[in-house]
Design a binder for this molecule. Structure first.
Ligand code: RTP
Ligand code: MG
Length: 141
């Protein structure tokens, strides 16, 4: 299996619930390593640029409003199959459809405030990691 990097964001709702540690513990227990991390309150421009692929969608304004509503924790996770593994740990976009035991099932209530973001492909992972981190801010073990 290939070692990959993926971009993870603990969204404002999960930060507000004081769930940062519990969520990171799930990544670590699943064999993913945190190789970069920072806490940040995104500006509107940062959130719009990050979610640019969705800019024509009806939910875009709400999404940007939510992502700028409080601080987030942005991380790079590294490990075997990290992109798919992180998506599996997160669960479905809509927490009501998320499998039991996933992060979204356990920490989120609505599709808008759904606790975590994770890159959805190698191409997005590469773009998203570079969007938030310089190469020298990533610390492989
Ligand atoms: P994310 O990018 O945040 O990891 O979530 P995702 O891949 O599971 O879902 P995506 O399709 O990329 O959508 C990005 C975020 O937009 C909100 N959304 N709302 N109301 C809606 O139909 C709707 N669809 C998506 C969600 O908050 C989703 O996480
Ligand atoms: Mg997405």
């Amino acid at each position: 299996m290939a070692t990959e990097r993926t971009l993870s964001i603990i969204k404002p709702d999960a930060v507000a619930k004081n769930a940062i540690g519990e969520i990171i513990a799930r990544f670590e227990k699943a064999g993913l390593q945190v190789v970069a991390a920072k806490m940040q309150h995104l500006s509107q421009e940062q959130a719009e640029g990050f979610y640019a692929e969705h800019k024509e969608r009806p939910f875009f304004k709400d999404l940007v409003g939510f992502m700028t509503s409080g601080p987030v924790v942005v991380q790079v996770l590294e490990g075997d199959n990290a992109i798919a593994k992180n998506r599996e740990l997160m669960g479905a976009t809509n927490p009501k459809e998320a499998a039991p035991g996933t992060i979204r099932a356990d920490f989120a209530e609505t599709i808008d405030a759904n606790a975590v973001h994770g890159s959805d492909s190698p191409e997005s992972a590469q773009r998203e990691v570079a969007y938030f981190f310089h190469a020298d801010e990533i610390c492989p073990r």
